[in-house]
Structures are given as C-alpha cells and as structure tokens.
Design a protein around this ligand. Structure first.
Ligand SMILES: [Fe+2]
Ligand SMILES: [Fe+2]
Length: 426
C-alpha cells in the first residue's frame, strides 16, 4: 500500500501524468457545464460524474462540511447501480467528524489529498482506518482510493471528494496514479467554487422557506426538503420510463427539486386567522386559502429562467387533481386584481411537475403528524394513494412513486422531524 502526496510520489515526467493542456481544456469544458447547475444535489452528482470520467473511476462519494462535521452527500457506484438510476443510497446519512479517525476526516482536517493503492492494506502508522461497512453491506470491494479536499479560492474547505477503483482497459480495478491525483486536486479546486455557489443558493431558498414557516408551522424546512427530494426522484423514475434523455432528465431534475420546495410560498399572503386555525376551515376561509396558489405563482411574475417558469407552474397547480376536482382551476389572467377561481384543470392540462408535487405534498402531509391529525400508517397511506390513482393523482406518477418507494422512505428518514435545520443543505 502507498499513501503519498503528489510531491512524495515524484510524478513529473511519469508516463501516467496526463497531458496538462488536455486536462485543462477538459476541466474548463466541465466547469462550463457545472456553472449552469443551480441545485446542490444536481451539482454534486455532476461533479462526481465528471471526476470519475477524468480518472476512469468505478465509484465515488462526496462529503460536505456543515456545522463542523462531514455529511455524506452523494455516492456513485457503477458496479452496484448505474449513475442514471434512482437509488436509495443517495439519501443515506453518515456524519463524520473532521479528525484523523476517518479517511475523509483526515483529508478535510489536513487539507491534503490522499492516494491509497489498497484501502484494506494501509501503511502502519496511518492515523485513520478504512471503514468497510459499505463493502460489507453491499458486497462491493474497494481497492484504490483517491481523495481530495474541496477548497474554494478563499481557502475555505467545503467538503471532500473521494473516488474509488479506477478501471483498466479490461474493466478491472487497478490503482490510481500520481497523475490522477494531480488531476483530481485541480478539478476539486475548480468544483469547490461551484459547490459553494450552489450552497449559497440553497441557503437563500431555505431562508425564504423559514420565513414562510414563521407564518405557517406546517410548512417546515424539512417538509420542503422532503417534497423537493420526492418530486425530483419521482420525476427521474417517470422520465426513465418515458425514455427521456439523460441530459434532459438532469436539467429538469435540477430545477424541479428547488421549484418543488417553493410550492407553498404563496401562503405568506394568507391571514394568520386562517393559516393558523387549528380546526377545519369553513367555506369562506377555504376559499381564501385556495388563493395561496395564485399568490405563489405571482411571485415569479418576472420570469427570468426555467426555474422561475417551473416554480410558478408548481405553485399555481399543485392543488389541481387529475379528475378535475382541484383548484384554483383555469384562470385567464392570474395577475388581474381579483381573479375568480375557475373550472378545475384535468389530466394533462395540469403541468407534469405540478402533478408530481401534488402527490409528493399529499403523501408527506398524510404520513406526518399535524396539529389537527395524527400521522397515517404506511399501509393506510399507500392504500389511499393507490385508490386515488386516476382520481386525485396521475396514474403514471403514482406508478413511478410506488416503483421507488424504498427511495421515498430513505428520503423520509434523512429529513425526519427533530433533525437540526443545519443539516438541511444536503
Ligand atoms: Fe399548497
Ligand atoms: Fe406543502
């Protein structure tokens, strides 16, 4: 086994070292792609994918630093599950201390990259141990590991990226080279700035949601995170079934997660006496409440981006029902002074993103405890959703939801009530 920094390994002139100009061009092209991604999850997925492409790595993961711990944030493993698949491992939670006990902790605390030829044979005296629990659970065999800190230009370490098992031409695991290490380090430095920007965007969104939470205690940051993640993954599964291209899925999923989180911002315009009423709303109160959809959509009046368009669509239509019995219905101009609620939209008249968020939002409300109701059991909730397929919900959306139910429950576990709001970034 070896554990070396690039300088220890002495790589200049090695045939393994990639051509510098080629690498720089490749990294620049990748950075252009990364600059277009808004959501931190979508960005981490792309960063990891590109780092693995550059080094031919079979697997990898990213940890982000939040509140002085490393939070497990993203994983790829081509042998176990394709990068294009929806999988529950993406929502696992493994916080690590930033210290010498773990490999990622060591890289974060020292700021030094690491190259291991074999994770199971560490050199004597290494301060950390390799945690093989993932290998034990999954049957995977980690060999070579390359880990690099994600450091921004202002010298702030925002996380650690580790990639695993480079594949040789025969698709067999080999070992990373010092050239790979230099490449990953360079790429990680560039990616860190994009990640920091995405975290900032996420923080601004979370602040907007917290403002809403001040008014309506049901609309918590955790609820928003769960609805965003359910919607993104259900969309992903639905799109795979439709044969939609990988690029289109990535692009839409990126915006959808954020837009879904903002579904109820319009509640800010609803009076407290209605929003915070513990009992059932009477007919007049409910009529006023229905306008949160219109108020929400109006927030995105100056539509500058795809994200604005999608956010408005979801805010306006997330209470429409597949069978046409939802609200606010067809309205000619939502910007007029006192728009009248219209005839409910039906079937595919309701935008897909809103059909997905409708299910995600209702599912989350049913399985959560609220002041006015206890949490429904899983069996009752799933029974209701199946029963409402083709009535309240789009049947294809219900099918996609049920097909990834293990992912849905992993998301619920990750963003469960009682967890600190600081862990909301990932
Ligand atoms: Fe709503
Ligand atoms: Fe909601």
């Amino acid at each position: 086994m070896t554990l070396n920094s690039p300088s220890q390994r002495g790589n200049s002139g090695s045939k393994d070292v990639h051509n510098d100009t080629d690498n720089r061009t490749q990294i620049l092209q990748v950075m252009e792609k990364l600059a277009q991604i808004k959501d931190v999850h979508a960005l981490l997925a792309e960063v990891l994918l590109q780092a693995r492409r550059l080094t031919r790595a079979d697997a990898g993961s990213i940890y982000l630093i939040e509140n002085n711990v490393l939070n497990f944030s993203y994983i790829h493993n081509d042998t176990l599950f394709g990068a294009a698949e929806v999988n529950r491992y993406l929502y696992a939670s493994h916080p690590l201390a930033i210290d010498n006990h773990s490999l990622a902790g060591y890289v974060a605390s020292t700021g030094k990259p690491l190259l291991l030829d074999d994770a199971y044979h560490l050199a004597p005296g290494m301060p950390f141990t390799f945690n093989n629990s993932f290998d034990r659970l999954s049957g995977y065999r980690t060999h070579s590991i390359l880990a690099a800190p994600l450091v921004t230009s202002s010298n702030k370490t925002v996380g650690v990226m580790q990639i695993i098992n480079p594949l040789n031409e025969a698709q067999q695991p080999s070992t990373f080279t010092p050239g790979d290490l230099l490449l990953l380090k360079h790429f990680a430095n560039n990616a860190a700035a994009a990640i920091e920007r995405a975290i900032l965007t996420r923080e601004i969104i979370m602040r907007m949601i917290r403002m809403c939470e001040l008014r309506d205690p049901k609309e918590t940051g955790l609820h928003a995170n769960r609805v965003g993640a359910y919607a993104a993954e259900v969309y992903h599964q639905w799109s795979l079934k439709q044969g939609i291209s990988d690029d289109e899925i990535k692009q839409k999923k990126d915006s959808l997660r954020i837009a879904a989180m903002l579904h109820d911002l319009g509640k800010m315009a609803i009076p407290d006496r209605i929003l915070q009423k513990p009992d059932r709303l009477n007919a007049e109160e409910f009529r006023i409440m229905q306008y949160h959809t219109i108020h929400g959509a109006r927030l995105f009046r100056n539509q500058e981006s795809d994200l604005d368009v999608l956010s408005a669509e979801i805010a306006l239509n997330h209470h429409e029902k597949w069978d046409g019995t939802g609200y606010p219905g067809k309205i000619e101009d939502i910007y007029q002074d006192h728009p009248r609620l219209g005839q409910g939209k039906q079937g595919e008249e309701i935008p897909l993103a809103a059909r997905i968020v409708a299910l995600a939002d209702v599912y989350d409300a049913l399985v959560s405890q609220r002041v006015y109701k206890g949490a429904w059991s899983e069996i009752t909730t799933l029974g209701y959703i199946k029963n409402q397929s083709g009535k309240r919900f789009d049947p294809q959306v219900v099918d996609a939801f049920l097909a990834i139910y293990d992912v849905i429950t992993a998301i619920r576990d990750k963003y469960q009530e009682g967890r600190s709001p600081s862990s909301l970034v990932t």
